[in-house]
Design a protein around this ligand. Sequence first.
Ligand SMILES: C[S@@+](CC[C@H](N)C(=O)[O-])C[C@H]1O[C@@H](n2cnc3c(N)ncnc32)[C@H](O)[C@@H]1O
Length: 475
Amino acid sequence: MPDNPYNEIPYPTFPRLRTHPDRLAAVGTLFGMSPAPVTRCRVLEIGCNDGSNLIPMAYALPESRFTGVDLAEAPIAVGRRTIDALGLANISLVAADLRDIGSGYGEYDYIIAHGVYSWVPAEVRDRLMAASGERLAPQGIAYISYNAYPGRHLNQMLREMMLYHTRNVPDAAHRIEQSRWFLKFLAEGRLVATPWQTLLDQEVTALLERRPGSLFHDDIAETNESFYFRQFVEHAGRHGLQFLGEADPYEMFDPRGSLAWLGDDVLEREQYLDFLRARRFRQTLLCRDGIPLRRPPGPEQMQPLLFSAPCTAVEEGQIQGLHGIRITSGHQAVQRVTSALGETYPLPLTFDELVPYAGDRAALQDILFGLVTAGFADIHVFDFPCEDTVTAKPKARGLARHQAAESRFVTNACHQVVELDDVARQLVLLMDGTRDREQLAQGLAAIAESPSLELTREHLPGSLEWLAGMALLEG
Ligand SMILES: C[S@@+](CC[C@H](N)C(=O)[O-])C[C@H]1O[C@@H](n2cnc3c(N)ncnc32)[C@H](O)[C@@H]1O
C-alpha cells in the first residue's frame, strides 16, 4: 500500500445533507434549471473516502447510480465491505487518483467533492475542476467545497504555528498530540496579548473539539489552501463552469440590503458578502457555462419546492428554526406554517400541503420565501420516503441497523446523522421487522444492566415513536 496519510489516520467522513442530490437539485430549481430527478440520477463523488456520505444516498435511492473515487485504498476497502453487507448494487467505490477520471467514467448529473479542493496540490486541484467540467451532464450540478478568504486568515495563523511547532515530528499520531498540546498551551496559559487572546480563544476551542483525524488531515495537512470566491469562480470559468449558488441557499441573500450599492452583479455581491461575514468555508454549486439562470429568485419560485424546518417555540413568542434562527411573528398564518413544518420535521412538506396553513398560495409563497432567505427553513425537491408510523412489527432502516452495530451515530431517511442513546441503539439492532412490541421489550430487558421488563414495556412506545419521528423506520 503506498504511503498515503489517509490510509494511516482515518478521516471522519459522514453524511452531508448539503451534498445530497436533493439539495443540489433544489438550488438548481430555484435558479430555473431542470436538474435530473433525484430518484433516477447519476452521482459521482470525488474524494469519497470510505463512502460514508455516498452509501446512505445509494441505500435511499435504489434507482440512482453512484460512483465514488478516492486515492486511499484503506477507506475504499472499508466502504466496499459496507456495500457488500448492505447488498447494494447501485454503487461502486473505486480506488483511483482523481487525475485519472477520464471519459470512461461517463457523464454525471451530480458531482460532489467535499473537502478536496483546498487539500490537494495545485495540479490535482486543476484536474478536479477539469474533471467536474468534463463529466457534468448538460443540466448537471457540481458541489465543490473549499476554504475561503478572508475568514480563513485567522485559522491559517494557528495552522502555521502548529506546523512550526511540529516541524521535527515525523510520526502522525505524535503530530496530532503535539498540535493539541500547543493549542492548549496558547489558550490556557493566558500568556498572549489581550486583543489576540480574545480571537484566539474561539479558534482554539473549535480546533480542540475537532476529531484527531480532522485536525490531522484538515488543519495540519501538508496542503491546505484558501481562495477568494472570485478566484474560485474564475478557475471554474476556465473549465466551462459557472457559479450557480451556495449549497446553503440562505447564505446568498442579503436581507438588509447592505450591498444594494453593488447593483445586479451576482459574483461581486457574493465576494462582498464574504467580506462582510468573514466567510471561511464555501460549498459552492457550479453548472455548465451558458445555462441561463433566473436571478434573483423571488417568492414565486417557492411553488415547485418542498420545505423543512425544526421549528420549536422559544421564549417571548419566538419560534426557532434552522441554524438557531429565531423569528417573532404575530401573523397566525406564519405560526400555523412553522408549526406544521415543526410537526413533520425532519420530513419535508410540499408547497401544496402547506397552502391550507397559510390560507392562500400568494401568502404562502411570501412566508416561505421569507423563511428560506432567513435560513430558518431548508428547500427540497425530494420527499425522502420513510415509514412514519410504528407498525405491529416495526423495522428500523437496514442502514441504521448496520451502523448501530458499530456506532451510536446512524443515518436517517433524510440523510441526517442521528445520535442514539444506549437504549435506542439496542432497540434499532432488534428492530429487523420480525419482532412485535412484546418481543422487543423482552429483547431489550434481556440485555445486561437493563431496567426491568415492566419498566421497559412502559417506555417502549415512547422510544418507538421517537425513532419514527427521527425518520429511522422503513416499511
Ligand atoms: C479531507 S478528506 C475528505 C473526505 C470526504 N470527502 C469527506 O468530506 O469526509 C480528502 C479525501 O480526498 C482524497 N484524495 C486526496 N487526493 C486525492 C486524489 N488525487 N485522488 C482521489 N482522491 C484524493 C483523500 O484520500 C481523502 O479521502
